[in-house]
Design a protein around this ligand. Structure first.
Ligand code: CAA
Length: 394
């Protein structure tokens, strides 16, 4: 008896990439290897913001990969974004952090929710890498519990808003020209009382607070920002009043594909360095890669790296088809960030003293990997999102 499936058949699963996708991967790999990798140690040691490299990435379409050409971007798909992010992150995670905020959190948010005028006015400079964008959701007392924000935007009779409050952990905050800001417009309504705005950092009422000295991704500048009677005009509201929380969550869904890609890049760099090392380093008369204990680690590293890569490409592929991809993005980010941390940990262990020394980049991979389990939703939040979506319970 033949069993017939009643489910609609989707397209066949493809493991190949289009010519355009491979082209943008090549461009990213070339810039990553020729410009970013040689200065990665310098940027990590000094924490200097890599403005020149960001400009180069922008000139080559990598700061607005999914942004249509009419707004200054490369007009590519989410899979291309993953491929390019992995290449840049493998050379230096800090560069890929700046790249992911420009691409996913800033450009994607305005392209999805902005008016035509907002797209024309704000997206081009960021997508071309001429200016830097940022995303301000977190506050000193509200991280995972994003609806607990205190930053207030009070509507005036003329339709403008006056903003007061603080935001913290703002990636690219010290250098951003424009910021997508989330503020409470109606505290009685909780999540439905939050509104998104576009902020110009050159205007009166905007200020920068302390910068964060960080464990990893040290060249990606991070600071607090402050608003003191900052005035937002009605045409600077992003989406509708009260829709800010949903905008933030949707933008973060896309952002999580970017962070998963970053994690894959870090993991790949740690894995490839380890493969080379275990073939060369000898102990007890043979390469350490010939010992079964090392081989088991290599096999597990390879499995985790491949699983993370396939799950992240799946999330990007669903996004590209215009389907809901919240669960897939959370699965990808959780798997990839935990894989990156585990792989970097094993890489340090296998390199032993050399893994602990600043003479090799292994300890940098270890420090950089950790942030991927924290920002754009901690691993605990990804588990919560996945389980809520799967069970329908909360
Ligand atoms: N897309 C669209 N809408 C969504 C959504 C999504 N993915 N997820 C939730 N919503 C909607 C819900 O449907 C609900 O709508 P209704 O009011 O119409 O029912 C509304 O949003 C509220 O949802 P919840 O009740 O689920 O909200 P919650 O308070 O329980 O929070 C949460 C859910 C998943 C914990 C969320 O707060 C969250 O993701 N927290 C983590 C925040 C985060 O990732 N912060 C990262 C900061 S940014 C950053 O890190 C940038 C950087 O530095 C690079």
């Amino acid at each position: 008896m033949r069993v017939r499936s009643r489910r609609k058949k989707g397209p066949p699963v493809e493991f190949g990439f289009s010519e355009e996708q491979l082209m943008i991967q090549d461009v990213a790999r070339r810039i990553a290897q020729e410009k970013i990798a040689p200065s990665a140690e310098h940027h990590d040691r000094t924490g200097e913001f890599p403005l020149e490299n960001i400009r180069t990435l922008g000139e080559n379409g990598l700061m607005g990969i999914e942004v249509p050409a009419e707004y200054g971007g490369a007009g590519m798909d989410p899979v291309s974004y993953v491929l390019a992010m992995v290449e840049v992150a493998a050379a230096d995670a800090a560069h890929s952090t700046i790249m992911s905020v420009n691409n996913s959190l800033f450009c994607n948010g305005i392209l999805t929710h902005g008016t035509e005028e907002q797209k024309q006015k704000y997206v081009r400079a960021i997508a071309e890498g001429k200016e830097i964008g940022a995303f301000a959701l977190t506050e000193p007392q509200s991280g995972s519990d994003a609806t607990a924000m205190r930053c207030r935007a009070v509507k005036q009779a003329d339709g403008s808003y006056v903003v007061n409050g603080k935001k913290s952990w703002i990636t690219s905050g010290p250098v951003a020209k424009y910021i997508v800001l989330f503020a409470m417009t109606d505290p009685d309504k909780g999540a439905r009382g939050i509104t998104a705005f576009i902020v110009d950092t050159a205007r009166a009422g905007f200020g920068r607070g302390k910068t964060e000295p960080k464990l990893g991704i040290r060249a990606s500048a991070t600071c607090e920002i402050e608003f003191a009677d900052y005035v937002v005009q009605p045409d600077e509201v992003l989406g509708e009043e009260g829709h800010g929380f949903k905008i933030a969550m949707g933008v973060l869904d896309a952002g999580r594909i970017g962070i998963a890609s970053q994690a894959i890049g870090i993991a790949r760099a740690a894995y490839e360095a380890t493969l080379e090392y275990v073939r060369e380093r000898k102990a007890f008369g043979q390469p350490i890669g010939a010992f079964q204990m090392t081989q088991a680690k290599i096999a597990d590293m390879k499995c985790k790296l491949d699983a993370a890569t396939l799950l992240t490409l799946r999330a990007a592929w669903k996004k590209g088809r215009g389907e809901r991809f919240s669960t897939e993005a959370a699965v990808a980010k959780l798997t990839a960030s935990e894989a990156a941390m585990w792989i970097a940990h094993q890489a340090v262990q296998i390199h032993a003293g050399m893994g602990y020394s600043k003479e090799m980049p292994i300890e940098r991979y270890f420090r950089d990997a950790k942030i991927t389990e924290i920002y754009e939703g901690t691993s605990e939040i990804q588990r919560l999102v996945i389980a809520r979506n799967e069970t329908g319970l909360r």
